[in-house]
Design a binder for this molecule. Structure first.
Ligand code: F0G
Length: 425
C-alpha cells in the first residue's frame, strides 16, 4: 500500500474510538488508539499512522498554537508550554538573491525549547499520560532530547535520553540536563542510540518518543497547517514548494500527512499540495540517494558526518512515509555541503534570522536547486528552519566574527576601530 494523495476518506476501522484509530501503512491492520503500547504493526512491523473518520477542515480550527488544530489531532488538549504559532518571516534580500517569486522562512526555532520537536512532544507526552506510562525515552541528536526533557518534566514523568557521545550541540545537552533528564551518552551514532531505545521500548522498560511514535507526527503536522493558513492570509494562495531539512524524515512524513488529510477533507486539490523538497547534508544523505535512484527503500549509511549534527543520521526510520510524500507531491531531495550550510546560516543571520546549521540546510538546498533550474523563478517557496541559533553556540561562533580584544579605554577602542577588522569571516 502506498500513501497517495487521494480524496477518498479512509474506511472507518472497527477499532476506532471516537473516530480515531491506528493503521499500518504497509498491511492495513488497524488498532484501537490508546489501549496497548505499540509503535509498529504487530503483523508486519510496518509503520503506523493515526487515522481519522472525518479529516478536519480549516473552519474547525480556532485558538492559537498547536492546539488550534485539535480537530486534526487525536486528543483535545496536551501537555502544553505554548508551542507552535511560529513566525513566517519575510527575507526580501535572500528572496531576491536566490531568485524566486516569494521566499518565506518558517522559523521553528521560535518554539519554547527552540525547535519543532515541541509540537510533537505536546501531543506525545499527553498520549503517554493517557496510556498511563511514566518513564519516557528517546534517542536524539539533541533537539528531541531537549523537548522531551521539558515536556516530560512538565507532565511529571521520568525522562531518559540516549545521545551520541560528543556529537550533540552544547545548548541541547544543557537543556536536557537542566530539565532533569537522565542523559546516557552512547559510544555510537544516533542510529545506534535509536536501535537501543527501540529495544528498551520493546522490552517494556520505557515509552518511546522518537518520531517512530505515530502520535508525535500528529503534532508536527501543525507546521504544515500553520504554513498554509499564514501563506493564504498573506498571498491569497498556497505555497508552491516547502523545503525542509531531513534527518529521520519525521517532518517530511508529518507535512505530507497534513496535506493528505486536507485533500481528503476537500480543502486542497491534489495538484495544489506544495512540493515537499528534502535537504540532507552530503555526509548523511541516504534519503537523497533513494530519491535519486528511484529506490523504494533507503540504504542505511553506517558512517555519517556533517557540521549539521541534528541531521547526522544514516537510517531515516520514517522513510516509508516520507518517500511517497516527496514523490507524490512532485518534490525532490538534494544534498548540500557543510560549507553551503554555513553560508546559508550566515545569509539567514544577515536577515536577522538566527538558526542552527541543520536548519540552514533548507536554504542551502533551495539555492542549489534554483541554480540547477529544478526550482523555477516564478515559484513561491517556504523554507523550514527547524532549530534556533542558540542550540549550537559553537557553530554560530565558528561561522561568525571573532571577538576582538581591546584595552579598557575609549582611546584604545577607537584605535582598534581605526585598524582593519582583525577577522572577518
Ligand atoms: N532539523 C533539526 C534542527 C533537527 O533537530 C532534526 C532532527 C531535523 C531537522 C530532522 O528532522 O528527523 O523529522 O527529518 N532531530 C532529531 C533529534 C533526530 O534527535 O533531535 P526529521
Amino acid at each position: 500500500m502506498s500513501l497517495s494523495l487521494s480524496a477518498e476518506t479512509p474506511d472507518v476501522s472497527a477499532d476506532a474510538v471516537d473516530g480515531v484509530w491506528l493503521e499500518c501503512i504497509e498491511c492495513g491492520e488497524t488498532y484501537a488508539p490508546f489501549e496497548d503500547i505499540r509503535y509498529t504493526c504487530d503483523e508486519c512491523d510496518g509503520l503506523l499512522e493515526v487515522r481519522y473518520a472525518e479529516p478536519a477542515t480549516f473552519s474547525e480550527f480556532e485558538g492559537e498554537g498547536v492546539w488550534r488544530y485539535s480537530a486534526a489531532l487525536p486528543l483535545d488538549e496536551g501537555v502544553s508550554i505554548q508551542e507552535g504559532a511560529t513566525p513566517l518571516y519575510e527575507v526580501p534580500r535572500l528572496e531576491a538573491d536566490v531568485g524566486v517569486e516569494a521566499l518565506r522562512i518558517k522559523h521553528e526555532g521560535m518554539n519554547p525549547t527552540g525547535s519543532f520537536k515541541d509540537r510533537g512532544m505536546t501531543v506525545g507526552v499527553a498520549v503517554a499520560r493517557e496510556l498511563g506510562v511514566d518513564r519516557l525515552a528517546c534517542a536524539s541528536t539533541g533537539n528531541t532530547s531537549a523537548a522531551l526533557a521539558a515536556y516530560g518534566s512538565r507532565g511529571g514523568a521520568e525522562v531518559l535520553v540516549l545521545l551520541p557521545a560528543g556529537k550533540v550541540a552544547a545548548g541541547k545537552v544543557g537543556q536536557a540536563a537542566l530539565h532533569d533528564a537522565r542523559i546516557l551518552e552512547v559510544d555510537g551514532n544516533f542510529d545506534a542510540c535509536l536501535d537501543i531505545v527501540r529495544d528498551l521500548a520493546d522490552r517494556g522498560e520505557v515509552y518511546l518518543l522518537n518520531s517512530l511514535n505515530p502520535f508525535r507526527l500528529e503534532g508536527q503536522k501543525t507546521i504544515g497547517l500553520e504554513i498554509l493558513e499564514a501563506f493564504q492570509a498573506d498571498y491569497g494562495t498556497w505555497p508552491d514548494r516547502i523545503v525542509l531539512p531531513v534527518g529521520n524524515a519525521g517532518n517530511t512524513s508529518a507535512l505530507y500527512k497534513a496535506f493528505r488529510e486536507l485533500v481528503q477533507a476537500g480543502e486542497l486539490e491534489p495538484e495544489e499540495v506544495p512540493k515537499l523538497t528534502g535537504v540532507q547534508a552530503e555526509g548523511a544523505a541516504p534519503m537523497v540517494e533513494a530519491i535519486e535512484n528511484g529506490a523504494d527503500e533507503v540504504r542505511r549509511w553506517e558512517e555519517v558526518e556533517t557540521i549539521a549534527t541534528a541531521i547526522r543520521i544514516g537510517n531515516p526510520v520514517n522513510a516509508p512515509k516520507a518517500l511517497p510524500g516527496i514523490r507524490e507531491t512532485g518534490g525532490t531531495a538534494v544534498s548540500v555541503t557543510d560549507e553551503e550550510i554555513t553560508d546559508a546560516q550566515r545569509e539567514l543571520a544577515a536577515e536577522g534570522v538566527g538558526v542552527e546549521p541543520a536548519s540552514a540546510a533548507s536554504v542551502a538546498g533551495l539555492r542549489k536547486l534554483r541554480e540547477e533550474g529544478v526550482v523555477s523563478a516564478d515559484e513561491q517557496v517556504v523554507c523550514l528552519t527547524t532549530g534556533h541559533l542558540l542550540k549550537d553556540p559553537d557553530a554560530a561562533a565558528n561561522a561568525g566574527n571573532e571577538p576582538e580584544p581591546v584595552p579598557a579605554s575609549t582611546d584604545g577602542v577607537l584605535a582598534s576601530l581605526a585598524s582593519e577588522r582583525s577577522s572577518d569571516q
